[in-house]
Design a protein around this ligand. Structure first.
Ligand code: GRF
Length: 202
């Protein structure tokens, strides 16, 4: 399965997806990495790994217009699935509809807790025993949609936002590639996938 990854910055999750794809039995390949910032460090990394990249600033364009440019790049690259990896833009409804059930996101919380930004601080402030990360199917609502996989990460005494985020990031990198691989494989078995998606939504 051909995957396009959308990033906005560092791109460490994108890198994790890309390196996992080098395993001979990985069921997906990364065919495009696109960013809404031409200076995104992740683009340099992807290009050095021989992956086609596209970087354009969204500034000065309407959301739907910009999304259409990204959409055209994904389609031209023959992408089957889109993986959002630290993509810090809300997506237009038309874009989301065009990738219905074909777009995943990774979020650094145990969804449905802490949608949006500042997740690590919110988990620490709430006194939670665990934070974590989730991979979910992207729907029109931010950080919503059926959860396909989660990894809980214990919050340690003395954890700061940064120390917790760094530990969760390790879990993110493992969770995302595994969940994406499972997802593209399940898609070939629609009944099984639909059952799973329904379970995850409950
Ligand atoms: C990750 O923590 C991801 O879950 C969140 O933004 C961060 C992106 O990091 N949405 P990276 O660009 O993948 O390194």
């Amino acid at each position: 399965a051909k995957v396009g990854v959308l990033i906005s910055g560092r791109g460490s999750n994108m890198a994790a997806l890309l390196y996992a794809a080098k395993a001979p039995d990985c069921p997906y390949e990364i065919v495009l990495v696109a960013a809404n910032d031409p200076q995104a460090p992740g683009l340099t990394l992807a290009a050095a790994e021989g992956i086609p990249t596209f970087g354009q600033s969204h500034k000065g364009l309407k959301r739907a217009e910009f999304d259409q440019i990204i959409d055209a790049q994904l389609r031209a690259a023959g992408v089957h699935y889109v993986a959002l990896a630290g993509y810090m833009r809300l997506l237009s409804p038309a874009f989301v509809a065009g990738w219905d059930n074909r777009m995943l996101n990774i979020h650094p919380s145990l969804l449905p807790k802490y949608k949006g930004l500042d997740t690590h601080r919110r988990a620490i402030d709430a006194g939670d025993s665990h934070a974590g990360c989730s991979v979910h199917i992207v729907t029109a609502e931010l950080d919503d949609g059926p959860v396909l996989g989660q990894t809980p990460v214990a919050i340690l005494p003395g954890d700061t936002q940064d120390s917790l985020a760094a530990r969760i990031l390790i879990a993110e990198h493992q969770l995302y590639s595994r969940t994406l691989a499972d997802f593209v494989t399940r898609e070939r078995q629609p009944d099984w996938l639909l059952g799973k998606v329904r379970e995850a939504a409950l």
